[in-house]
Design a protein around this ligand. Structure first.
Ligand SMILES: [Zn+2]
Ligand SMILES: [Zn+2]
Length: 480
């Protein structure tokens, strides 16, 4: 990757050593906005899974270490830990792209005589014939333009932007500056000083890490307060906004919560693969999708600000290169193959993607096209075979019962583990509480909403996900 270095100008308040705002053309804004296109698993991978990100860290680790028998296939592990995202190609055109994504390739059955019509975006999927899908093939054309555009990726790069320390992005304007000064309590112009900093891939990665845990990522990265440096504290969830849960017609999932004797503390939850599939599928959600579902109030302030800046100021000022590019940030979609058939968050199941590959005997073309009846580049004939993408719609985790800890450590349930790790801790007494997620009556009473949305928000902001999302209200409590 050719890295093109560029400079961003910071306005620094020397009296308290903080960044008041950064000034940049569209390139820096493109980089910040690209963070919204990353699936949560990608954010965890890029930050080395070292920065607290709610309970997503433990969920990611659980998927990475779970026994293969607990997964529908090894390919499901890759789907969850390294999911495809639809903006990857746009991100590859960023001036600094910290996700050096391998080119989009896919795999077909390694048996040349197999006529199964499948293609997988992930290595190690098993073909219906029993062979491994290990033959690597490439897309004959990329989805969008591959020309490296001078004019930016998402926003018009020639425009000038102002970015506050907590990542509110706006165009330059006196009004914005005055309101920012008022918000920070700065007397105009006093102790302010301009400072130029260089952006590199390391700096951008550091920025992504700080966004997860801090309300002042620019100050942290560029001025580095020695007191705080290296210490990453999780953010408090300061969002009290209640989200209007949509009425769900899906059959509810049932989860059993094991509580300690006085019913105050969650010991662990027992759930089937459907519930666990819902949890692990969060790993595949782009951050922008999380923001969209939570209406820009995930509780991670900098991400919320980035997302809401699009709606509140950039969209109306026509800062984007196109509506489709803005929608990659504002209304990101999941690739079809990652959408669970039973989904509580109301993803529309668009038509399955179709792919085509040459089937002329002896042609060794390894090109896959999304267009049918196209001339093969190798043998120049028009003779296509249709392929369907292997997908995770039936679930990623194998059928069974699982133990889910409050911080989203997920393991297959075992009696030995229950006794060894939990009953002892609970000092004998345990209460069982059943909750149902996705039931209609809960949608009416938002305060008691046991919806997937509450679970999603708790997953990205809390280390007591089940307690925060499920243990409200007075549920039926059964004695063990
Ligand atoms: Zn096969
Ligand atoms: Zn051919």
């Amino acid at each position: 990757m050719a890295e093109e270095l560029f400079t961003v100008r910071l306005m620094v308040d020397r009296s308290c050593n903080r960044v008041v705002f950064a000034e940049s053309d569209g390139r820096f804004v493109d980089i910040l906005m690209s963070f919204l296109t990353y699936p949560l698993a990608t954010i965890l991978r890029l930050t080395g899974n070292q920065v607290p990100f709610g309970s997503m860290n433990k969920l990611y680790e659980s998927v990475a270490s779970v026994d293969s028998r607990c997964l529908c296939s090894e390919a499901c592990r890759s789907m969850l830990l390294d999911p495809i995202y639809l903006a990857a190609e746009e991100c590859s055109r960023l001036p600094i792209n910290i996700d050096e994504k391998h080119d989009l390739c896919c795999y077909i059955c390694s048996d040349p005589d197999c006529d199964a019509e499948y293609l997988s975006f992930y290595a190690n999927a098993q073909c219906s014939c029993g062979s491994s899908m290990a033959k690597k093939v490439r897309f004959s054309q990329s989805r969008g333009s591959t020309v490296k555009s001078e004019a930016g990726v998402f926003v018009v790069s020639s425009l000038g932007f102002m970015i506050s320390d907590d990542l509110v992005v706006s165009q330059h304007s006196l009004v914005e500056i005055c309101s920012l000064f008022a918000r920070l309590g700065i007397e105009q112009g006093r102790n302010l000083e301009a400072m130029d900093v260089n952006l590199t891939a390391d700096v951008i990665t550091e920025l992504l890490k700080r966004i997860l845990v801090s309300d002042s990522p620019l100050t942290d990265v560029f001025l580095g307060e020695p007191k705080e440096k290296g210490k990453l504290m999780p953010l408090k969830n300061h969002s009290t906004h209640q989200i209007q849960a949509r009425t769900s017609r899906t059959k509810p999932f049932s989860v059993k919560l094991m509580l300690n004797e006085n019913g105050k503390k969650l010991v662990f939850a027992e759930a089937d693969d459907e519930f666990v599939n819902l949890l692990v599928s969060y790993l595949t959600y782009p951050m922008g999708l999380v923001e969209k579902k939570l209406e820009g109030r995930s509780g991670i302030r900098c991400f919320d600000n980035l997302y809401r800046s699009i709606i509140e100021s950039l969209a109306s000022a026509d800062c984007f290169k196109g509506v489709d590019l803005m929608n990659l940030l504002l209304n990101p979609e999941l690739p079809r193959h990652l959408i669970l058939e039973k989904n509580l968050l109301g993803f529309s199941l668009q038509r399955k993607e179709k792919f085509y590959i040459c089937r002329t005997y002896d042609c060794d073309s390894d090109q896959v096209s999304t267009i049918g009846n196209a001339k093969c580049k190798g043998c120049k004939q028009i003779s296509n075979r249709r392929l369907w993408a292997v997908n995770g719609s039936d679930g990623f985790m194998a059928q069974g019962r699982y133990m889910v800890r409050d911080d989203l450590v997920v393991k297959p349930l075992s009696s030995v583990m229950i006794v060894r790790d939990f009953l002892r801790q609970a000092h004998g007494g345990v209460q069982v509480m059943s909750v149902e997620i996705g039931q209609e009556e809960f949608a009416i009473n938002v305060a008691r909403s046991f919806q997937a949305l509450a679970l999603l928000r708790a997953s990205v902001t809390s280390t007591q996900v089940l307690t925060d999302a499920l243990m409200v209200g007075d549920n039926e409590i059964k004695s063990l």
